[in-house]
Each structure stands twice: as C-alpha cells, then as structure tokens.
Design a binder for this molecule. Structure first.
Ligand code: FES
Ligand code: FES
Length: 173
C-alpha cells in the first residue's frame, strides 16, 4: 500500500454482532465489502449492488439497512447486526432460522440472510406483526427460487413462537 493510500484510510468503530470493531477503512468502502472482505462475515450476501434485491440487508441500530448502499463510515458508533448473530455460538439456529428450515423457506439461500434480518427487525419492534406486515417487509426482497408462500408461513410461525404461542399446526394450516 502506498503512503497516500494509507493516509486515506479512516478509523471506524462500531459494534458488530455484540463485539467491538475498531479498524481502518477507505472512505468509499461499502459496508458489504467491509463485512465480507475485512471482517470475513460472509453471511451478508451481495446481489444487485443497487439497493434492489435486499440480499445485503443488515440491521443498523435495529433498523434494516441495505449494506450495498451504506458506506462503512456511516455506521460509526452504531450497533450492526448481521445474519451471523441469529445462531448461537455453538452454531445452533435461532428461532427464525429454524422456522425457515421447517417450512422449506429457502432453496439456494441467496436471498435468505437479508430476509431474515428484515424479519428480525420487524419482530423486534412489532411482536404482533401480522401477515400483511410480514408481506410488506418481503416486498423489499427478491427471491428467485423459493416462492414467497413458505417464507410467509415460516415468518408467521416464528412470530407466533416469539409471542409464546406454540400451536404450529394452526399456523401451518
Ligand atoms: S445487493 Fe444490496 S440490495 Fe441487492
Ligand atoms: S432461496 Fe434462492 S433466491 Fe431465495
């Protein structure tokens, strides 16, 4: 790296999945690139790179954000969560992920991390989110191979579980 390039890097500090990040990055580095290439958090996928497909969605201070449209320096001081935060440290799937698996709500899985993070943010602020709200969130995500019905079913079941309702048969019907 040239001296000039080194001087262009800025210090960035934020919290990623509960752990402090304190690095240097170039001013125009996108959050997708920082997460995937600087941190190695490759769960955040990159599809269109234009804010359309939703594959790169992460949560910034509890709100879904397109990481492909976010400069890394914009998350200074923020709490960022990616799909890696949903499973526990032993790799056991989180509640929402488990519901996706039970309902076959993914095939290639390319869109899945972004959808999970948007639904996670929805359920964090709206424990009683209904099907219309879930479908509204999904309008920001493109899935080319699963179809949306299993995704909606999985999300409804996860929402019911989060509310302490465990009647899966009723949700599946
Ligand atoms: S890669 Fe960010 S919205 Fe498609
Ligand atoms: S599971 Fe393949 S794009 Fe959604």
């Amino acid at each position: 790296m040239t001296r000039m390039a080194a001087e262009q890097r800025h210090r960035i500090r934020f919290t990623l999945n509960g752990e402090a990040v304190d690095r240097a990055c170039e001013p125009r580095m996108l959050l997708t690139d920082f997460l995937r290439h600087e941190i190695g958090a490759t769960g955040t996928h990159v599809g269109c790179e234009h804010g359309v497909c939703g594959a790169c969605t992460v949560n910034v201070d509890g709100r879904p954000a397109r990481a492909c449209l976010t400069l890394t320096l914009q998350v200074e001081g923020s709490e960022v969560r990616t799909v890696e935060s949903l499973a526990d440290r032993q790799g056991r799937l989180g509640l929402l992920q488990s519901a996706f698996r039970r309902h076959h709500a993914l095939q290639c899985g390319f869109c899945t991390p972004g959808i999970l993070m948007s639904l996670d943010a929805l359920f964090a602020r709206r424990a009683n989110a209904d099907e219309a709200e879930i479908r509204d969130v999904l309008t920001g995500h493109l899935c080319r191979c699963t179809g949306y019905a299993p995704i909606v079913r999985a999300a409804l079941e996860a929402a019911a579980e989060l509310r302490g309702e465990t009647n899966r048969e009723a949700v599946d019907a």
